[in-house]
Design a protein around this ligand. Structure first.
Ligand code: NAP
Length: 258
């Protein structure tokens, strides 16, 4: 853009020329975070397990004039993640922001929980973050800059009957975040964790009316969250305004945990 005198006007978007890698970008929180970062000018490397599932996210970003490319990988597969990070580097040349958002649930009481249900949740939610943070962190250390955001949950803070596997994965992400923040701080890299409360996405769409009513009674702001409530906080953590924040938990839950 230029003025009438042909003087270039600097972009007011805070993430112009930055590349953001967002896992689980096909729907829900990941899609909203990818859109929010793209709106601030970042190019998006959108990760999910199928290219088809990423179409809507890519179309929305491109329709708004942004840049986004799909990268298909299972975050639990360490070797495949390493190869994906190489592909992203070949396409974009740098990665400035990493959002570890991909996650799954396999709920059940502990007495009936299978080791398969345990493994898939830990391997996706916790090991998935390790799989991406290790190679991307290495690049950020070389760049001497970077922002890492992990998406945990209030369940990682409180626990929840029927979600021992999920709570363990999300509590693990909190310890992981604080350790990474300490390891990378001297290289200008921040690492923070967002703990969303109950947000309206596919993950929570099957809540019964009764459970929804009970939940609302525990949320001071008296509504479930929207993906955009979390996306705005992620965009803030990537902004210059958040450059002195690292190793922190930001709870985005309408006041449920305080
Ligand atoms: P969602 O609608 O079910 O979306 C999950 C995303 O993760 C999808 O894009 C999915 O992509 C991706 N994904 C799942 N397993 C993957 C794997 N192995 N490899 C690559 N991508 C994978 O869930 P959401 O509600 O948006 O949740 C996003 C994150 O926020 C999760 O970590 C969740 O635990 C956390 N969270 C959600 C809530 C909530 O109330 N919704 C609250 C607290 C925390 P594909 O299936 O297309 O591969």
């Amino acid at each position: 853009m230029t003025t009438s005198l042909n003087i270039p006007v600097p972009s007011t978007k805070s993430l112009t020329n930055q590349v953001a890698l967002v896992t689980g970008a096909s729907r829900g929180l990941g899609k909203a975070i990818a859109l929010a970062l793209a709106q601030e000018g970042a190019s998006i490397a959108a990760v999910a397990r199928s290219e088809d599932a990423l179409k809507e996210t890519l179309a929305a970003i491109r329709a708004a004039g942004g840049v986004a490319e799909p990268f298909v990988v299972d975050v639990a597969d360490g070797a495949a993640v390493e190869a994906t990070v190489e592909k992203i580097m070949a396409r974009f040349e740098h990665i400035d922001i990493l959002v570890n958002n991909a996650g799954v649930t396999r709920d059940g009481l502990l007495a009936r929980m299978t080791s398969e249900a345990w493994d898939i949740v830990i391997n996706t939610n916790l090991k998935g973050a390790f799989n991406f943070t290790k190679p991307v962190g290495r690049l950020m250390v070389k760049q001497r800059a970077g922002r890492i955001i992990n998406i945990s949950s209030v369940i990682g803070l409180m626990g929840n009957a029927g979600q021992a596997n999920y709570a363990a994965s999300k509590a693990g992400l909190i310890g992981f975040t604080k350790s990474v923040a300490r390891e990378f701080a001297s290289r200008g890299i921040t690492c923070n964790v967002i703990c969303p409360g109950f947000i309206e996405t596919d993950m929570t769409k099957d809540l019964s009316d009764d459970l929804r009513k009970k939940l609302l009674e525990r949320i001071p702001l008296q509504r479930l969250g929207q993906p955009e409530d979390v996306a705005g906080v992620a965009a803030f953590l990537c902004s210059a305004a958040a450059s002195y924040i690292t190793g922190q938990i930001l709870t985005v839950d309408g006041g449920m945990v305080m």
